[in-house]
Write a protein that binds this ligand. Sequence first.
Ligand code: MCA
Ligand code: AMP
Length: 522
Amino acid sequence: MSVAARSSRPAPSVNANLFAALRAAFPADLTACAIETDTGLQYSWRDLDEATAMVANLLESLQLPAGARIAAQVEKSVEALVLYLATLRAGLVYLPLNTAYQSAEMAYFIEDAQPAVVVCSTRNFGWLSKLAFLAGTAHVFTLNDDRTGSLLGRAAQFPRHHRVAPVRSDDLAAIIYTSGTTGRSKGAMLSHGNLLSNAQVLQTYWGWRTPEQGGDVLIHALPIFHVHGLFVAIHGALINGSKMIWLGKFDARVVLEKMPQATVFMGVPTLYVRLLAESGLNPAAVRNMRLFISGSAPLLLDTFAQWQQRTGHTILERYGMSETAMLTSNPCALQDGERRGGTVGRPLPGVQLRVQDDSGASLPSGAVGGIQVKGPNVFQGYWHMPEKTAQEFTADGFFKTGDVGYVDAQGYVTIVGRSKDLIISGGYNVYPAEIEGYINALPGVVESAVVGVPDADFGEVGVAVVIARPGTHLQPAEILARLKATLANFKIPKRCYVVAELPRNAMGKVQKNLLRAQYTGA
Ligand code: MCA
Ligand code: AMP
C-alpha cells in the first residue's frame, strides 16, 4: 500500500477493515462471556466492543496521519488485546514487540518504524519514552497487565461508541518484525486483506463450530506479539464468535485444569512437550477437546505419536510465516484426508505452493527444493526495504519462503530444512548472524559461530563457539553474561565454548554442519 497516497484516495465503497469482520461475528447476545482469564476476570462481547471503541476514539483524537504505526511492548493482557483491536478499528497500523526485547533491540525497531504512538509498561517508561521521543514519537502511553496505566486512564474519557474506520483491503493492518540472515530485522507489512483472508480460510478449514453445532472454546496460552498468538489464535476465535480462556503465560498445569471447559488448543511444539510431562494428561482430561493444533516449529514425530497414545487425539500440524500468515495445514475434517505426522499438510485453499531448484525450475513431487508461495495472504513487502522485497519475490510473483522441502504425490508438504541460517527455539526465531555480531563486538573476541542443536524442551537451542584473541582469558560465562545484558533472553545461547579454531571448508567458510554435529548432546 502507499501510506502517503491513502489519505488522498476517496473512501472505499466497501469497508475491508478486519475489525469490522470480527465485530460482525460477535454473537447476538453481547452479554455472553467472550474472554475468561486465568485470574478470574470475565469480559463480555459488549465489554470488548466498548473498550475497543474507547481506545479507538482516543487514538483518533490524536489526529495521526494515515498509516501511522502504534507500537506496543506490553505484557499479555486482555487490555493489550483491546489495544490491538482498537488500532485495527481506528484504521491504524499495529506494531507488536516481544516483551523480552531490551533497549538496543527496541531502539532499532523504533528508529526503523517511526511509530506515532508507543505503548509500554510503566516499568519501562523511563528509558523507552526517551528512545521514542528521540526518534520523533509524539505520544507514549503506559499499559500494565493489571489494568493500570495512562492508556486506559485516557481512554476512559472517550465515548463507548465508535464507527469502524473505513479501509481498503490493501491498507496496512500490522507490521511484524522478523530478523534477517544478515542481522537487520525487516518489518513484514500485512494488510487487512492478508489477515482477513487467512482468518476466513482457517475458520472453514479447521471447522470452527457455530453455536448451533455446540460452539468452540479456545485456550489461548501463547504470547500475543507474534503471528501465532496474535493472528492465528485470536482471529480464529473472534471471527467465529468463540469464547477464549485467556492465560497470561503458558503453564502446563493451568492448561490441563482448563481443558474440560475448552475444545481447541494451539501451541508451539514445546507446549506439547511440556503438557506430555504432566501425569494428568489422559483421555479424561481432554474429553471435551475437539482439536489440537501445532505450528511455528517442527513437531517431532515422537511428540506426535506420544500425544496420540496419551490422549487419543491426533495433533494437526500447520505451517506459516510472519510474511504470509498460514500457508499449509494438515486436514481437519476426515473427508479431507488423514493428519500425517512429520508433514505440514497441504496448501490451504487459495494458497499456491511450489518447489523450485536454484535455477528457478519447478520440481516434480518428491523432489527437494525451495518452497515458494503465492496467495491473498502473502504480505505487501518489507517496511522501507523495496530492494529486499524485490529480491524475495520471483518474477511471476511467488514469495521465496527460505524453507526447503518437498510435496508428495498426495499433495502433503514436508519441510526438511531451511536455506536461511535460522534457529527456532521454543517457537521463537533466533538468527545466528545477529548473535554472532554481538559476540564479535566483545573485547577479546576474534570470531564466533552460533549453531542450533537439538533440545528436548525447546526443540532446538543455540550454542556459541568463540575464538578468543591470544593472550586474553575470555570465559564462556562472561560472554553469556554480556549477551544477557543486551539481548532478549530467548536469543542467549544455552552453551558457549571458547576454542582455538573453527572448522572451515576450502573457501574458508565456517562449516556449521560440523559444529552442529560436534556440539549436539555435548
Ligand atoms: C524462554 N526461554 C527460552 C525460550 N523461552 N529460551 C529459548 N527459547 C525460548 N523459546 C528462556 C528464558 O529466558 C529462561 O532463561 C529459560 O529459557 C527458562 O524459561 P522458562 O520459564 O522455561 O520459559 P517460559 O517462560 O516457560 O517460556 C517458554 C515458552 C515460550 C512458553 C515455550 O518461549 C513461548 O511462549 N514460546 C512460544 C513462542 C511463539 O509464540 N512463537 C510463535 C511465533 P533464563 O532463566 O536464563 O532467563 S509466530 C511463528 O513462528 C509463525 C508465523 C507460525 O508459524 O506460527
Ligand atoms: P516467523 O519468522 O516467526 O514467521 O517464522 C516462520 C518460520 O517458522 C517458517 O519459515 C518456518 O521455517 C518455521 N515454521 C513455521 N511452522 C512450521 C512447522 N509446522 N514446521 C516447521 N517449520 C515451521
